[in-house]
Design a protein around this ligand. Structure first.
Ligand code: ADP
Length: 229
C-alpha cells in the first residue's frame, strides 16, 4: 500500500549561474517522501544532493516548481512562514555537527526547544531522553570539543529531532566517520526514525547504509530517480 506523502516536490527546477554559464542542478524534478519512509539519496559529489535537501527543507526556494510539506504548499509562503515551518517541522543533520561549542551536549539539544517556547525543565527532560536514546546520555554535560566524532553526530541527531519534526533531512551525516562508527551512528539514527515514525531523506556515499533504507534515489539529468544501490 502506498504511503501517505509527507513531503513532495513537483516539477522543481534549480540552476546556478557560474562564470556566465548556467549550471542546471534540478530540472522538473519530482520526488515524494512517504510518511515513515527512509530514503537514501546516493549521488556523486557535485550532483546536487545538498541543493535538493535544501530545497526540500525550505532553506532555498526553487526557481520553479512546488514544495509541499504535510500537504501545505510552501512556495506561496513568506520567508517568515517558511522559517517557522522549517523550525518546527524539519530537522537537519549535516556532515559536520555544527553544535554550538560553548554549550554542553544537553544545552545544544535544549536550545531549539526553548527557542520554540518550551519551558526549560521540559526541554531539559526531553533533551536528556533523546541523548539517552542516542546512547550519548552519559556525555550530556560535555561540550562538543570533548566528544568524539561519533558522539558529536549523535548529539547533532538528537538536536535535529528535538522539536519532533515531521521530516529529517541529513546531508552525509556519517561522511566524516570511520566505517565502524558510521554504522553505529546510523543504527542509532535508524532506530530513532523507525521508533518515532519520522520520515527521512539521507544523503550518503555509503552503499551499505543506503541498502538499509526503504528506497534509494539518485540525481540524473536534473531528475530524482529510483535506483537499486
Ligand atoms: P552535492 O551536495 O551533491 O555535492 P551541491 O548541491 O552542493 O552538490 O552542488 C551541486 C552543484 O551546484 C555543484 O557543482 C556546486 O558547485 C554548484 N553550486 C551549489 N551551490 C551553488 C551556489 N550557491 N552558486 C553557484 N553554484 C553552486
Amino acid at each position: 500500500m502506498a504511503r501517505e506523502p509527507i513531503l513532495s516536490l513537483r516539477k522543481v527546477s534549480r540552476s546556478y549561474t557560474e562564470a556566465d554559464r548556467e549550471l542546471v542542478i534540478l530540472r522538473d524534478a519530482d520526488f515524494v517522501l512517504g510518511k515513515g519512509e527512509m530514503v537514501a539519496l546516493v549521488a556523486p559529489s557535485g550532483a546536487g544532493k545538498s541543493t535538493l535537501l535544501h530545497t526540500a527543507g525550505l532553506l532555498e526556494r526553487p526557481d520553479q516548481g512546488d514544495v509541499k510539506l504535510s500537504g501545505r504548499d510552501c512556495g506561496t509562503l513568506s520567508d517568515d512562514e517558511r522559517t517557522a515551518i522549517r523550525r518546527n517541522d524539519v530537522g537537519f543533520v549535516y556532515q559536520f555537527h555544527h553544535l554550538l561549542p560553548e554549550f554542553s551536549a544537553l544545552e545544544n539539544v535544549m536550545l531549539p526547544q526553548m527557542i520554540r517556547g518550551l519551558p526549560k525543565s521540559a526541554a531539559m527532560k526531553r533533551a536528556q531522553q533523546l541523548l539517552d536514546y542516542m546512547k550519548v546520555g552519559k556525555r550530556a554535560s560535555h561540550r562538543p570539543s570533548e566528544l568524539s566524532g561519533g558522539e558529536q553526530q549523535r548529539v547533532a541527531i538528537a538536536r535535529a529531532v528535538a522539536n519532533a519534526p515531521l521530516v529529517l533531512l541529513a546531508d552525509e551525516p556519517t561522511g566524516n566517520l570511520d566505517p565502524e562508527t558510521a554504522s553505529y551512528v546510523f543504527a542509532a539514527l535508524e532506530a530513532l526514525v523507525r521508533q518515532s515514525g519520522l520520515s527521512a531523506m539521507i544523503a550518503t556515499h555509503n552503499h551499505d547504509l543506503a541498502r538499509r533504507m526503504d528506497r534509494c534515489v539518485t540525481l540524473k539529468d536534473g531528475k530524482v530517480i529510483d535506483i537499486v544501490p
